[in-house]
Design a protein around this ligand. Sequence first.
Ligand SMILES: [Zn+2]
Length: 164
Amino acid sequence: MPDASESESEPVVEIASSVLGEMFAHARDALPNECCGLLVGTEARIERAERARNLKASPTRYEIDPADHFRSIRGARAEGLSVIGAYHSHPRTAPEPSPTDLIEASDSALLCVIVSPATGEALGEQVGGFRLVEDRFVRVALVVGDSRRPRTTRSIGGEPRSTA
Ligand SMILES: [Zn+2]
């Protein structure tokens, strides 16, 4: 298998380990509804997750409050970062884009991260990253870790690397 970092066709986005914890905590707090929020960082790395209000307040739908979206954009800009994506939870289904997600997706510039705390045991069964390309979602490889300590990274869905 080729190393993902050398493959041009499979972009990799690094995600700070704290971001995973924040998204899962938000998903649990929002039950039985979906949660949603913004992801702030750079094109190559998600630094933090910021909670947003789900205007749909639904177990199967979400709509990020535009006021929260703008607040995140302003906050990110002030730090030289960007809102690079959005996340939402699937309370009862796998972290795969639903037909509704595809219908309502509009911004191909935003990374779409889905967290499903109730499904599966492995991290790869609980988190998925996607990008809208033309009219379909393409999976984006998420790598958990700290870029300053690359040996601690592990690929979601893959085997954890030895830290010995
Ligand atoms: Zn969804």
